[in-house]
Design a protein around this ligand. Structure first.
Ligand code: ASP
Length: 291
């Protein structure tokens, strides 16, 4: 039984297969490969893109999807997460897609060995489908990513997108630079910078991240306007540089990225969302059909 808790659950061959299948699905919509399959989505944290993207991906492949809203489920009556999960598995779905604020939850559910578990975001630990769609988006633009340089900018320490991205991008031979004010900077051996200006002449990609306010136990900055003066990606800062701009969403406009840059052709935010569906189709195919 294959799970996807983080991308290190995948072999290089499997990652290659996901990227190739996603590219194929983008060129031509595939037949209903998962016609007889059923997926359950179980999201304990809010989601706009990831949940709908998995649902669209599953439906495009002909699978059925059932969504359980934990805020209206027996979790509210005191049922444990493990019991809720076991009860859902008793209905024999082909996979459960889970999002939770705890880093360990998807792996613990996978260890119950009941159905394939797909991590759709766990705490600040991992968001593998986002890392794969970011990889796909960069690969589509550059071809070979070996030696390409990416600056990850913002609340890196609290971001599961950054955690998964750092592991996957370095594995793929990219150079990762971290740009953040001290409270947002994780412990890391990667090169660290406080100022964006120090890296902009030496990167191919900038990935901007929002402040993960829901994970701050107390406010870190009172004034995100002042933060934006240093970290917002705007035209004045980027100039004419040929840099690909990524963000996993939701974008805090004019704090993470300026309105003007959001409509600049170098900004691939909506392309990431579009690619996310094809990449998740490829993930579902791999886990439910090919493994
Ligand atoms: N949507 C991404 C996540 O779930 C990024 C974010 O929320 O900032 O981690």
């Amino acid at each position: 039984m294959q799970h996807l808790i983080d991308t290190d659950d995948l072999t290089d061959v499997q990652i290659e297969a996901i990227l190739n299948d996603a590219a194929r699905f983008k060129r031509r919509r595939p037949p209903a490969l998962l016609r007889d399959k059923l997926l359950i989505t179980l999201f304990f944290e809010p989601s706009t893109r990831t949940r709908s993207s998995f649902e669209v991906a599953a439906k495009r492949l002909g699978a059925a999807v059932v969504h359980l809203d934990p805020s209206r489920s027996s979790t509210k009556k005191g049922e444990s997460l493990e019991d809720t999960f076991a009860n859902l598995c008793a209905m024999e779905p082909d996979g459960v897609i889970v999002r939770h604020s705890r880093n360990e939850t998807p792996r613990e559910l996978a260890a119950m060995k009941m159905v394939p578990v797909i991590n759709a975001g766990a705490g600040n630990y991992a968001h593998p489908s986002q890392a794969l769609l970011d990889l796909f988006t960069m690969k589509e633009y550059f071809g070979d990513l070996r030696g390409k340089k990416i600056a990850i900018v913002g609340d890196i320490v609290n971001s599961r997108v950054a955690s998964s991205g750092i592991r996957l991008f370095t594995r793929m031979g990219m150079e990762v630079k971290l740009v953040a004010p001290e409270p947002f900077m994780p412990q890391s051996d990667l090169p660290k910078y406080e100022h964006l200006e120090a890296v902009l002449d030496d990167v191919d990609v900038v990935m901007s991240l929002r402040a993960q306010l829901e994970r701050h136990s107390k406010p870190i900055f009172d004034d995100y306007g002042a933060y934006a003066k240093h970290y917002c990606i705007d035209k004045a800062r980027l100039g004419a540089r040929d840099i690909l701009l990524l963000h996993p969403g939701p974008v805090m406009r004019n704090i993470d990225i300026s309105d003007e840059m959001l409509s600049d052709p170098r900004c691939k935010v909506l392309e990431q969302v579009r690619n996310g569906v094809f990449v998740r189709m490829a993930i579902l195919k791999l886990l439910l059909l090919d493994s």
